[in-house]
Write a protein that binds this ligand. Structure first.
Ligand SMILES: [Zn+2]
Length: 316
């Protein structure tokens, strides 16, 4: 190799080389732009999860800085990141300004703020853990695996805190029922956390079973509703726990899990929903919509307790 040939491949987006030809040397400068997005066939096997998404992948970075940089260009995880990052940060803000945004009654106490903030905390934990996972999942297999566990754990935390918060107001005058159904909720929560963290249940083959466990967790909400119907009757139960909003919340969660489990709509039109509209993105949006339904029901239930129940309880 002639002494004047030098080759350098810096990490920047350009490369410079000197090429010797017929005893004469000339400098050849080439500029290459490092690609940001890759196709399904170009990414390593460990990154392959949904074969119906063909492009828009951030290829294994092995760099947290590159993962953070991916926040500033569009790829097939961008919607997944921002659909949870923005409402997650808003949830944290709501904890900090709860006294200004939660309706105040003469009977409102610190306990009310604690239970409403419990829900905000669940939303904050779930949504920020999820967006962190989606941002860092292109780092390496180890980081992706750990992040995925946190992602599911976040969903469990959100469902658990949602249910305990509404149970508090639904059974405001019946602590036995409140503690019983809160315990059942926490048991289901631990079971779901287990199938999310355990290696066996995390494999692709077990995906439908894991999804089923989450649906069952959601359906366990019918237990306190059934008890409420027997104990208080349909009209009062409907009002106490704002059943309309809780049912709507359940519908959104189940529909989201159904789309996610079935890989819909991308399954019917592979490659057409890579950046916008694939099942995981819809699932994310539906989780936020379901959380908003829960918040509406929770605030209405809290308002009912302080407007109609507590004045009567104080008098008697
Ligand atoms: Zn997600």
């Amino acid at each position: 190799m002639p002494a004047n040939i030098q080759k350098r491949t810096p990490k920047t987006n350009s490369s410079h080389g000197q090429v010797s030809e017929n005893g004469q040397s000339k400098v050849k400068v080439t500029h290459t732009t490092k690609r940001k997005l890759y196709t399904w066939h170009e990414i390593p096997d460990w990154q392959k999860d949904n074969e119906f998404i063909h492009g828009g992948y951030v290829k294994e970075t092995n760099s947290f800085t590159e993962c953070i940089n991916s926040l500033f260009y569009l790829h097939n995880e961008s919607v997944n990141i921002y659909s949870h990052l923005i409402p997650g940060l808003i949830s944290l803000l709501l904890i900090l300004i709860d006294k200004y945004c939660v309706p105040k009654f003469n009977t409102t106490t610190i306990t009310d703020y604690l239970f409403i903030d419990l829900f905000f905390f669940g939303a904050f934990a779930c949504l920020t853990m999820s967006s962190t996972f989606h941002c860092l999942k292109s780092h390496s297999p180890g980081v992706a695996k750990f992040g995925n566990k946190l992602d599911y754990l976040g969903i469990v935390i959100l469902i658990s805190t949602s249910m305990v918060s509404i149970l508090y107001y639904g059974f405001y005058d019946n602590s036995y029922m409140f503690y019983t159904f809160s315990s059942i909720t926490l048991l289901f929560g631990f079971a779901c956390a287990f199938v999310s963290l355990d290696e066996k249940f995390r494999s692709r083959e077990w995906r439908p079973y894991r999804a089923t466990m989450f649906v069952l967790f959601g359906l366990s909400a019918f237990l306190p509703i059934g008890a409420g119907l027997i104990h208080y009757g349909s009209h009062e139960t409907w009002t106490r726990v704002q059943l309309k909003w809780i049912i709507l919340e359940g519908v959104f969660y189940i529909f989201g899990a159904f789309l996610y489990g079935g890989r819909l709509p991308e399954k019917f039109n592979p490659g057409h929903y890579d950046m916008w509209g694939h099942s995981h993105q819809i699932f994310h949006v539906l989780v936020v919509v379901a959380a908003l339904c829960h918040l509406t029901g929770l605030i209405k239930s809290y308002t009912y307790v302080h407007t109609y129940m507590l004045p009567v309880m104080i008098q008697t």
